[in-house]
Ligand binder design. Sequence first.
Ligand code: ADP
Length: 486
Amino acid sequence: MAPAIKYTKLFINNEWVDARSGKTFETCTPHDGTVTARIAEGDKADIDLAVSAAKAAFHRNSEWRLLDASARGRLLNKFADLIQRDTQYLAELESYDNGMLIGFAMRNVAMAENLARYNAGLADKIQGDTIPADGEVFSYTLKQPVGVCGLILPWNVPILMFAAKVTTALAAGCTVVVKPAEQSPLTALALAALLNEAGFPPGVVNVVPGFGPGAGSSLTHHPDVAKISFTGSVEVGKLIQRTAGEVNLKRVSLELGGKNPLVIMNDADLELAVRTAANGVFANQGQICLAASRLYVQSGIYDQFVQKAVDFAKNIKIGNPSDPTSRHGPQIDLEMMTKVLGYIEIGKQEGAKLMTGGDCVGDKGFYIQPAVFINVTDDMTIAKEEIFGPVQCILKFDTLEDVIDRANNTNYGLVAGIFTSNINTALQFSKHVQAGTIWVNNWLVYNVQVPFGGFKDSGLGREKGMDCVNAYLEVKTVTVAQPKKL
Ligand code: ADP
């Protein structure tokens, strides 16, 4: 049964309101493409209202600013409790709106709860330094919230991204305007309702669904927004970095794409490597920036690996994401499905060999069979561009030296991984590959305690981990004249 859709309006100043224009847009379920709800479509006028609510909530005498830091932490913990209470509902809503497998959605909700708790703990541990500065002075630093933050979310893991950005900004003491992705706006609204229930004061969190060029762009241009945190495509990320400097100088954090190399050495645990590589590229139908989308297999085990990888992919059970026995669901929408099928065609045309999958499944919804390409070479489009679909590209290599250069020969630098039983090989790879995360004998391990972000075009800044709040803080130096002698 479809989950109840309780919220379809904009959430501004702790109230549910229609868009000023009265406009709405459709959201669909990727399982069969049917429209499930009409959502209020925010645009500039609504972003102006939301930003002014967030600005008022950030005023030095506001209820929010007068709270103790530990009280911010308690509110975040309350939010985490509510996420925990509603785990099943949130996961069902996410799966329905986004098409992700229900099991994957449950793990995402659990991670969102963990993020809220982790950041709750950080709230009252934000502290500056006392500094032995030269001269007749006493100097110290304050770490203060940067102000109103515009948080622009992607469609692929909406709950997780909402939690990562919103709870960090709130731990820092900022106020926020969230712009969920137009393809999957429902869970951001459900989470806004939980923040309201938790007791966050009006204006601290505002959620304005809408489109990129409308609501998104209005946020990045708004003079009262101090910071933008964005997760999405490299193309829009670069645009946002430019725009963020046009009106005022906004701080910018960017989590962008990846074309992530996973290297399997001859001495790897083969069964584990095959399974992990497949899960690494097919998870969420390949719609994660962490996908193991360039799979380098050493020549000594190449044929054996390919055989097992093809068998694995053929046996993945495709089905309705709400069915807990399904192992592969639909792509988000027709546009993305068409794009992925286009890449599969290009792969074939450029000479890669499609060993299995790559066709649409059924006559409704946006399902694609997991595809495995072999004989892929570095110059092929499918080895260079982020496909964001269930396409495993297997490339052959001979030496570690060679594969490290090939792994680095890209503008991306998000994550990378290696399977080997040789510690020296693992350490050399970890040292020399340009990526924000290196996984050794694992992939997709994504804990709240560790920083995450990209080198090169994969992003700017880090989310998660102890330092994540720094992206939402300014450091202020205070120097007080103080004679050395009493
Ligand atoms: P994708 O290509 O995967 O859909 P995008 O990078 O286009 O990802 O979108 C990610 C998020 O950025 C979405 O919330 C989208 O609405 C928003 N967005 C798209 N274009 C802009 C823009 N010009 N300014 C601000 N936000 C944008």
